[in-house]
Ligand binder design. Structure first.
Ligand SMILES: Cc1cc2nc3c(=O)[nH]c(=O)nc-3n(C[C@H](O)[C@H](O)[C@H](O)COP(=O)(O)O)c2cc1C
Length: 169
């Protein structure tokens, strides 16, 4: 296993925690000894309720959602794209319901404060869910967004999670 250093968020702002079109991360969650990770690129870090929180969006169909809802904790794992480029599609196309992706990708799961993370990540956010709510059709003002992203009814749930720790290799 690698050694990670705890980091203050202020040290990272404008740094590697970018949630933009060129960034991707693996959301890792576990229920007992069942761990899984999926690619995600939408989300953010910000302040609400006087707490530093991370926001993620996970569709109903994802196996990761089952684990997230069972444990209400997860990690965001920023990977080195040069080293792990192939994982973006593998972890983002195959479902952990059908195969053990962690083993398939030769990733190792570590636990910090009981929260699973990936030992191969460069930067990790450990988080505990404070609020979650499925998106509902009637809440959308923009019909264009429904047509573009939810024509199959597979809505996202928003998770707002309190950041427990940020760690960097
Ligand atoms: C670049 C990229 C970004 C993605 N971002 C998200 C996301 O933010 N939320 C989501 O629900 N799915 C997202 N996905 C799709 C999931 O990663 C994909 O459906 C995955 O197979 C789910 O795995 P699971 O069933 O093991 O949880 C993304 C996929 C890719 C390739």
């Amino acid at each position: 296993m690698h050694t990670f250093q705890p980091l203050d968020y202020e040290m990272l702002e404008g740094g590697p925690l970018k949630f933009d079109d060129n960034s991707w991360m693996l959301i890792t969650a576990a229920d007992g000894d069942k761990a899984n990770a999926m690619t995600a690129s939408w989300g953010g870090v910000g302040r609400i309720w006087d707490k530093l929180c991370v926001f993620i969006f996970v569709r109903e169909s994802r196996y990761t959602k089952e684990l997230l809802d069972a444990s209400d904790e997860f990690s965001i794992n920023f990977m080195d794209d040069k080293k792990h480029h192939g994982l973006k599609n593998y972890m983002g196309k195959v479902s952990g319901r059908n195969e053990d992706k962690i083993a398939g990708a030769r990733l190792n799961v570590g636990y910090d404060q009981g929260i699973p993370y990936l030992d191969e990540a460069m930067t990790v956010i450990l988080a505990r869910v404070a609020f979650k709510q499925p998106f509902e059709e009637q809440s959308f003002i923009s019909q264009e967004i429904i047509d573009k992203y939810y024509s199959n009814g597979d809505y996202h749930t928003i998770y707002i999670a309190e950041i427990e720790k940020i760690m960097a290799r």
